[in-house]
Write a protein that binds this ligand. Structure first.
Ligand code: ADP
Ligand code: MG
Length: 248
């Protein structure tokens, strides 16, 4: 199994608030890892450290054999840029650019970061919009889309950079319940196409059915880790049991 991400003993504080307290885990190519746990347990901070939106204080983050940070020392800006270029992130609140059309949202990063242009990029844009079922919205402004459509555009936008891994931070938490299914379906299709993903989620049915690995975070550590069967059918830790009964 080819390792994509390896995190070892990651620590992160905000002032005196020790948020990540020695987090270690690995992700192999094709894994769908669901990160579950109570609000405030450090799930978003963990994802944000992986993609360099937050700086961790100590530990090691390795992506496809390259160290983003090793023993608390960060790689150079150029190295960091080339490492995180292979990661895509989808946020709870979509973060589409409101003044740009759907097409312009998808094509911005490839243009700016990779100097892409022309027909090949347009074709990729159309391909990824078709993949999320929104080709007909290519010239729409984000404000005219439903929440579920915005999130599917955000996923298509992340795919435009040909990521080796996609990170999702509660991608359906801001959506009306009737719109979560369309987003989860797109994510399930990506999983079936062997996209490597880390998904922070409260959707336990998605975690159970689509993920092959579950990380239960509690108070800044991964308290329990295993297959969906391990975690949902045979949780070992009392805290895990308590969390699962609170959410289902
Ligand atoms: P989760 O995603 O599991 O709900 P977070 O990673 O968002 O947890 O937050 C973990 C802790 O870190 C919380 O106590 C939160 O208040 C704190 N925190 C997160 N981001 C920041 C920040 N930018 N500045 C200060 N504290 C933060
Ligand atoms: Mg969060």
């Amino acid at each position: 199994m080819e390792e994509i991400i390896n995190v070892f003993n990651l620590n992160k504080s905000f002032d005196t608030n020790h948020v990540l307290k020695g987090v270690s885990f690995q992700v192999n190519r094709g894994d769908v890892v669901a990160v579950i746990g109570s609000s405030g347990s450090g799930k978003s901070t963990l994802l944000r450290c992986l993609i360099d939106l937050e700086k961790a204080d100590s530990g090691t983050i390795t992506m496809e054999g390259k160290d983003l940070m090793k023993d608390g020392v960060y790689a150079s800006q150029n190295e960091i840029r080339s490492i995180i270029m292979k990661m895509g992130m989808v946020f709870q609140h979509f973060n589409l650019f409101p003044h740009l059309t759907v097409r312009q949202n998808l094509e911005l990063a490839p243009k700016v970061v990779k100097k892409e242009k022309g027909e090949a990029m347009d074709m990729r844009c159309e391909k990824h919009l078709a993949q999320v079922g929104l080709l007909e919205k290519i010239d729409a402004m984000p404000s005219t889309l439903s929440g579920g459509e915005k999130q599917r555009v955000a996923i298509a936008r992340a795919l435009m950079m040909n990521p080796d891994i996609l990170l999702f931070d509660e991608p359906t938490s801001a959506l009306d319940p009737e719109l979560t299914g369309e987003v989860l379906n797109v994510m399930q299709q990506l999983a079936e196409a062997h996209m490597t993903m880390i998904v922070v989620t409260h959707e336990m049915s998605f975690a159970r059915e689509v993920a092959n690995k579950i990380l239960f975070m509690n108070d800044g550590i991964i308290l329990e880790e295993g297959t969906p069967e391990d975690i949902f059918e045979h949780p070992k830790n009392d805290r895990t049991k308590e969390f699962l009964s609170s959410i289902t």
